[in-house]
Design a protein around this ligand. Structure first.
Ligand code: HEM
Length: 359
């Protein structure tokens, strides 16, 4: 029986499940983005919402240096400083609550989300939001409420417009000394002829915030959920980390070449159909000939692929490995794992509880 290649999900939308058709749309024919993306904008066009191909190409070129491997390496100390704050918070909770036999239950989804938000704050907003320390921030809450509203705007355009202006952000940076981060790269474009306006910079930073935090935090939380359900796989990953890091400082340079941590990282040259796609089997990526070619496209493909791909992988590697090196985790059964999707997927309950001990 032939597998169905797409499904109609509404009168104007189809969901495609065929990798060759997806490749044709994203890469071979480079279909332009749907005009609906325009209604997702706040007060200026951004990378994700651009529909004009020429404008997008120019802007993408301007910002690509901010996501080069070399530049991302220079952001590692900022990312590590946020991860340290997370560890400090977890350790305080453990010191207060934990006893050797029962450990402590934490909401991992919330902690990781606060951490990825603070990482984007530290690397793109000019300073951490300190969500880890404070748990909330009114400006961020406002932006997130707006983001949810905007996923409705594409269906009900009458809800527009909204402008959560924060003029102090750029003013403060100009008054203070230079800091090597994404905000600085965007401000530096203003020296050239086709530089970004203040308003464009502000909107682009907000886009980095919601494109870069929920996506990475849900990926990490889901990875932990999968590891908890598959203790053999968890043990194998922890052994790899222990062996590679021994007593050394944990750094991205040491994590990047690890084989098991970096599944999936290989590609095959053959076309194959898998019948165990829903199983969590990292090993499948170690055997390229058993994986259909071009089947793994979480960051999209072609000219509109994710500009934050390497940034996300770096954060995922650092955060996951630090947690696995420092703590022992235990599965708590019976949790509601239903997923809802606004712009990005998330657990309906916004929780993933896990029992934790220091190693
Ligand atoms: C696990 C983490 C991530 C995943 C799975 C992911 C996935 C994606 C996907 C599928 C797209 C294409 C969206 C579309 O065509 O509508 C995209 C675009 C984009 N992503 Fe990500 N992303 C992640 C992390 C990040 C991070 C960390 C940043 C920035 C700090 C980021 C910034 C962007 C931007 C700006 C675009 C638009 C690019 C363009 O059109 O030129 N993403 N991402």
């Amino acid at each position: 029986m032939e597998t169905k290649k797409w499904n109609e999900v509404s009168p104007n939308a189809i969901l495609i499940a065929d990798k060759d058709i997806i490749k044709q749309i994203l890469v071979t024919n480079e279909f332009p983005k749907n005009k609906k993306y325009e209604s997702m904008r706040l007060s200026s066009v951004t990378l994700l919402t651009a529909t004009d191909i020429k404008w997008h190409k120019q802007r993408r070129k301007l910002l690509s240096s901010a996501f080069s491997t070399k530049y991302l390496d220079s952001l590692e100390p900022l990312i590590q400083s946020v991860i340290k704050s997370l560890i400090k918070k977890i350790n305080v909770t453990l010191d207060v609550d934990s006893n050797d036999s029962n450990g402590t239950v934490i909401n991992l989804a919330k902690l990781i989300h606060e951490c990825t938000m603070d990482i984007v704050g530290e690397t793109a907003f000019g300073g951490s939001f300190k969500m880890i320390e404070n748990g909330d921030l009114p400006l961020i809450r406002k932006i997130f409420e707006e983001r949810r509203r905007r996923s409705l705007v594409s269906s009900f355009p009458i809800l527009k417009p909204f402008k959560p202006a924060d003029p102090d952000l750029l003013k403060n940076r100009r008054q203070n000394s230079r800091r090597e981060d994404l905000l600085q790269i965007m401000l530096d474009t203003q020296q050239g002829e086709e530089g970004m306006t203040d308003n464009e910079i502000y909107n682009q930073i907000i886009e980095f915030l919601f494109a870069g935090s929920d996506t990475s935090s849900f990926t990490i939380t889901m990875l932990f959920a999968m590891l908890m359900e598959n203790p053999t796989i968890e043990r194998k990953l922890v052994s790899e980390l222990d062996e590679a890091l021994k007593d050394d400082e944990l750094s991205h340079k040491k994590l990047k070449p690890l084989t098991y941590l970096n599944c999936p990282g290989k590609v095959t040259t053959k076309d194959l159909v898998l019948d165990d796609v829903n199983e969590f089997i990292p090993e499948r990526w170690l055997n390229p000939d058993k994986i259909p070619k071009d089947c793994f496209i979480p960051f999209s493909a072609g000219t509109r692929n994710c500009i934050g791909n390497n940034f996300a992988l770096m954060v995922i590697r650092l955060l996951t490995s630090t947690l696995l090196k420092m703590y022992r985790f235990e599965y708590i059964s019976g949790q509601d794992m239903d997923v809802v999707q606004y712009l990005t997927p998330n657990f309906k309950t916004k929780r993933y509880d896990i029992r934790i001990w220091k190693r």
